[in-house]
Design a binder for this molecule. Sequence first.
Ligand code: HEM
Length: 502
Amino acid sequence: MIGLLFTIAAACYYIPWLVKIISEWIHQYPYIMKLPGPKGLPIVGSILELAGDGKTTDTSTAPLLFWLECAKKARAEGHQIFSMTYLGRTITLPLNGEMVKTICESPEQLMKGKDYDYLKAWVGDGILTAIGDKWKERRKFFSPMFHFTMLEGYLDSFNKHARILQEEVAKTEGTEIDMFTYTKRCALDVIVDTAMGCEFGIQRNPDHPYPHAIEVYTNFSQRYNTEPQMWITAIWYLLYHREYKTALNALHSLTDDIIKERFKRVQSGIVDLNAKKKPLIDHFFGLVEQGRMTMEELHYEINAVIFGGHDTTSAAQSWVFWALATQPHFQQQCYEEAMDIFGDSDRECTHDDLKQLQFTERFIRETMRIFAPVPLVERELVSDFEMGGHIIPKGTEIFINAFLIHHNPDAYPDPWKFDPDRFLIDEISKRHPYDYIPFCAGHRSCLGQKFAMQEMKILTSTALRKLSFQSDKNLLDQGYATDVVLKATKGCLMTVKRREQH
Ligand code: HEM
């Protein structure tokens, strides 16, 4: 009897879901068959190729290599997109700036892909994941917080944490380190300071519970998207739920404590919400006071900024150090530029200095071209969508793959060659604006891109003023893991040396 009831309950639960999948498939199938790209095996699609097909031991890099191979083939056949299926998902990848523009400037296609769902427990349903009017409202709230006049208020924080990074890294002189570990702690210190107006001091105290909770939670998010056993409720609760929930609770309670603490200071007048220089949280308190946001929404938006602002910047910055350490001649050029601006002084980097760090900026941009820090941005199509002369059916996904776009030989001849001069104004004007998309583009482009560029210019120049970086590897002697951000599977390994002061 119990067995029968259980079967009926399971059928009631799963049948509507199955009906939805099958009816979507009936609509999508005729269109999918006409799309260029590998067709793969029935149901599982190209999962074997994405996993390396036994040809490589570096399975993390396999999807990118497979996509690059498919892109090459599709371009040679004159296509501007290609599609593929895996585990019941159909994804379409644009191959040039014009196709990226089509999707990024579509006012309807703003819905994020399925892989974001799992993040909602931490970042909620706000700026990162919302669609429609809610997203529009949030975007309107956020935009003034990243206006260049506001960014000046964050320079002190960038300088302070850049100095600590430089000091912490200097302590390791002579031993090999993975710079990602250091840039991650630094980016967290910066974002906690600028978003919540408080200091965790993670660079000096790496055992702080916050980075650990983020690490555990984001690892689960990434594994959830690729490990189907986690989708089975019983297995999830038996094996994973406890550790996941502990990390998630820790993240929420740390944010909660800080919000409560700061709100008390706002109420007692110690914190002035009208101050010119203020952390993002104070902007949000202003919105709460005006009745345009609830405290719960504020909580989730702060988490969203922390998620969107630290992992990305730390990955990008670790690639910058990798590109410096493996290319001494470019490192020397960046160093000389910093010396011309700052000389031997110990002073902080100002807004005017940032404008002068032009070669360093081109160097950072070229690093983010070769090693796109966010390699994939996903959109789930809410209606049939025309792209590159094909109809891409509703319910399937577009993967805006910056890695493919940045290695398009039509836009970047000899695409694996590192050349910062590709970002001289004359060179930029020869390309489609959407041929360069480290921060995505269009309606949902990154709100923090100027913030991130300023932060990275300060971290880079501050480090180079006192330290040099060495590696015996070549720039491209790397493997690439396409998590939410692009990670170096061989590590960003290098040694540092203190520079002699004149
Ligand atoms: C090098 C550093 C960074 C990179 C490469 C980067 C990249 C991106 C990308 C690719 C997106 C689009 C995501 C999508 O559409 O699915 C995005 C969105 C976003 N980023 Fe960044 N980001 C960086 C730093 C930051 C920082 C420092 C902040 C905040 C302080 C930030 C805040 C945001 C927000 C709020 C969005 C959502 C915008 C929306 O959906 O309307 N990002 N970022």
